[in-house]
Design a protein around this ligand. Structure first.
Ligand code: BTN
Length: 301
C-alpha cells in the first residue's frame, strides 16, 4: 500500500479536541518511526483480529479515510491503520480532530455480523475499551510511584455517545463510519500535548494522559486499546448486556441534567441507554429517545 505524502501543516484557526495543552512533551522512540512502531505494537498484540494486519504511517490526512479505502477494497475485519500525525483528522458532527505527533490516531475495519440498528453500540464499546486502556496506563504510573496496586480509577469515565474523559476533561473520542457492509471505527486519544494541540473548543476541556503518566507512548497504549476494544466489540456478536452494564457503571452522563444538541435540542435528565445504544432522556414531555447528537452536562451550560 502506498504511503500518503506528508501534507501541509495545520494552519488558520486550529480547533482542538478540548482545552489548553498540558505542556509540550515530544514523542520519542518508537513513536517517531513507522517501521519501529509497527514492530513494537505487533510484538505486544494480544488480539485475534484487531491490528491484524497493522499499517502505520508517518503522516496521514485521516486514518479513517485510509481504513475506508481498505474496507472498500475488501480488507478483512481487524485491519488497522495508525498515523503518527493526521493533518485532516475528523471528529464527530463535522468537527476537526487536531492530531499532532504524540497522540494515538487509530482506525479499525469492522465487518459486524449483528443487525445494523445495533451498530451504534460499536462506538460505546470502543469508548469503554479506550477508557479501560487509559485507566491501565494511569494505574501503571500510580503503581510505579507508590509501589502498590490500586483499584479502579474513577476519574476515567465515558460520556454519551463516545467520549472518553479523564478527570472531567476529554482525553479521547470515537468516530464510527459506515462503508457499505463494513464499518470503520476511528479512535483518537490525547496522550502528550504538543505546541500544536491547540486551544479550547467545545463544552469540555481537553485532557492528556501524559499528565498522569509522563512515560506514556503510542507504542505502549496502542496494543491495550486494540485488545480492550476488540474484547468489547466481539461481545456485541452475542448479548450486549454486559457491555451496557459496564457502560452504565463508567458513565458520566446518566442521572445528570443534560442538553442534547442537534436539529431539535432536548433538555432533561439522562435516564438510561437502551439495547441499541440510544440515550433515554426524561423531559417535561416524557421520555425522548436520542440516537445522535452531542450531550452537554448541566455544569457546562
Ligand atoms: C470525536 O469527535 O470525539 C471523535 C474523534 C475521533 C478521532 C479519530 S483519530 C483516528 C480517526 N481518524 C480520524 O480522522 N478521526 C478518528
Amino acid at each position: 500500500m502506498d504511503r500518503p505524502d506528508p501534507m501541509k501543516p495545520l494552519g488558520g484557526r486550529e480547533r482542538p479536541n478540548g482545552g489548553e495543552p498540558a505542556g509540550a512533551i515530544e514523542a520519542s522512540g518508537a513513536d517517531q518511526d513507522p517501521g519501529v512502531l509497527t514492530r513494537a505494537i505487533s510484538a505486544q498484540l494480544r488480539t485475534a483480529r484487531f491490528g491484524r494486519p497493522l499499517h502505520v504511517y508517518a503522516s496521514a490526512g485521516s486514518t479513517n479515510d485510509l481504513a475506508r479505502e481498505l474496507a472498500a477494497a475488501g480488507a478483512g475485519e481487524g485491519t488497522a491503520v495508525i498515523a503518527l500525525e493526521q493533518v485532516e483528522g475528523r471528529g464527530r458532527l463535522g468537527r476537526r480532530w487536531i492530531s499532532p505527533p504524540g497522540g494515538l490516531y487509530l482506525s479499525v475495519v469492522l465487518r459486524p455480523t449483528f443487525p445494523r440498528r445495533r451498530w451504534p453500540l460499536i462506538g460505546l464499546a470502543c469508548a469503554l475499551g479506550a477508557a479501560a486502556a487509559v485507566e491501565a496506563h494511569t494505574r501503571q504510573s500510580r503503581e510505579a510511584g507508590r509501589g502498590r496496586p490500586e483499584g479502579r480509577d474513577a476519574s476515567v469515565r465515558v460520556k454519551w455517545p463516545n467520549d472518553v474523559l479523564l478527570g472531567g476533561g476529554k482525553v479521547g473520542g470515537i468516530l464510527v463510519e459506515v462503508v457499505g457492509d463494513a464499518a470503520v471505527c476511528g479512535i483518537g486519544l490525547n496522550l502528550t500535548a504538543s505546541p500544536r494541540s491547540g486551544t479550547r473548543s467545545g463544552p469540555s476541556e481537553a485532557a492528556y494522559l501524559a499528565t498522569r503518566n509522563p512515560a506514556v507512548s503510542v507504542a505502549a497504549v496502542a496494543p491495550d486499546v486494540l485488545f480492550e476494544c476488540e474484547r468489547r466489540y466481539l461481545a456485541l456478536e452475542g448479548d450486549p448486556g454486559a457491555m451496557l452494564a459496564e457502560w452504565r457503571a463508567r458513565t458520566a452522563t446518566l442521572g445528570r441534567s443534560v442538553r442534547v444538541t442537534g436539529a431539535e435540542p432536548i433538555e432533561g435528565i439522562a435516564e438510561d441507554i437502551d439495547a441499541d445504544g440510544a440515550l433515554l432522556v426524561r423531559t417535561a414531555a416524557g421520555i425522548r429517545r436520542v440516537l445522535a447528537g452531542d450531550v452537554v452536562i448541566a455544569r457546562w451550560y
